[in-house]
Design a protein around this ligand. Structure first.
Ligand code: GTR
Length: 327
């Protein structure tokens, strides 16, 4: 299970370390991530920091606070808006209730595959969604991989949609996912990621849903061994910067930040592809029972009302259509 240090202890250690490691930097950008050290998103932001340091002649550095040291995603998003945190690597999910465009790329089964997601996000639609962050106090810098998410639980193998009936399943704090669970006949419990392990262990919830690396690194597989490969969500990860922090940089330094973020994307994709396989192998070896022959058609069909409710304006509908039209 994840161990959290107290905030004071972390601050004391990090201030002491920062004294040494970041002494030469004129600006040190604080970056948050919920995942542990070594996770592909954490490593990608570190690479971004190295590139930025290099391109600014050592003036601008990035300090990555992994393992939710700065808080759970929803709270860190708020702190990023106010410039308390400069950079934040989070899922699109917790942005859904704030920025409506992010709902489109969080809809169940919107992407047919990771390759399809890459083509969309690397293209015009991806750029438009990044731009949608700005009026809300964020600068969208880059998309990282988050694989596909599937259901897991502590109770029984889920072999069809009907097995989800009445189950209590944790989702990220987004109305899209609450409605997704209702459409599948289950009860959604939105809660922060860091509370999921103990909530499954104590029976507050029956299970949750996530990709292989998160299922593994969070230890959730230890308390919820039935994993059903229904792949209902491919939710992109995003690296954002606080607009407040961004506005303090010169145009030249802003360009350097963007370039460094872009350069970290291929690194993330490569790390992700490897980690997905490793995590899957690890949980299987540890006794996870994987149901990987499920018929996804009923799941996909059940999502019609979720699309109707959340892609409910001409702008959002057209984004959905444009994503679907990408080969
Ligand atoms: C992970 C994702 C995190 C967080 C987490 C969750 O896959 O990388 O950013 O959103 O899922 O379920 O809360």
């Amino acid at each position: 299970m994840k161990q959290f240090k107290t905030f004071a202890a972390i601050l004391a250690t990090s201030t002491a370390l920062a004294g040494a490691a970041y002494a030469e930097c004129e600006v040190t950008l604080k970056s948050s991530d919920t995942h542990p050290d070594g996770y592909p998103t954490v490593e990608a932001v570190k690479v971004m920091g190295e590139k930025l340091k290099e391109s600014t002649g050592g003036r601008i550095c990035v300090e990555v606070f992994h393992s939710a040291q700065l808080g759970e995603e929803k709270d860190t998003i708020e702190q990023t808006k106010f410039g308390v945190i400069d950079l934040n690597r989070v899922s699109m999910g917790p942005f859904n209730n704030l920025i409506e465009e992010t709902k489109v790329v969080s809809l169940p089964y919107i992407f047919r595959s990771t390759d399809h997601a890459h083509r969309v996000l690397d293209g015009e639609v991806g750029q438009e969604i990044l731009a949608a962050f700005e009026p809300h106090g964020f600068v969208g810098l880059a998309y990282y991989d988050g694989g596909s998410r599937s259901f897991y639980n502590s109770q029984k193998p889920i072999t069809s949609m009907g097995d989800l009936a009445g189950m209590k399943v944790r989702v990220m704090q987004s109305d899209v996912f609450v409605d997704m669970m209702a459409a599948l006949g289950a009860n959604a419990t939105p809660m922060p990621y860091g509370e999921v392990y103990s909530s499954i262990q104590t029976g507050v919830i029956d299970g949750a849903e996530n990709n292989w690396p998160s299922y593994e690194s969070s230890g959730h597989f230890e308390v919820a061994k039935y994993y059903t490969l229904d792949q209902h969500l491919i939710v992109p990860e995003i690296l954002v910067m606080s607009k407040a922090s961004w506005d303090k940089l010169s145009a030249e330094d802003q360009a350097a930040v963007k370039a460094a973020a872009a350069a970290s994307v291929p690194v993330n994709r490569e790390l992700w592809a490897a980690r997905e396989k490793e995590s899957e192998a690890k949980v299987r070896a540890a006794g996870a029972e994987v149901i990987d022959n499920i018929d996804k058609t009923p799941f996909i069909e059940a999502m019609v009302p979720v699309y109707e409710k959340h892609a409910n304006t001409p702008k959002l509908k057209s984004l959905v259509e444009r994503i679907q039209a990408v080969e």
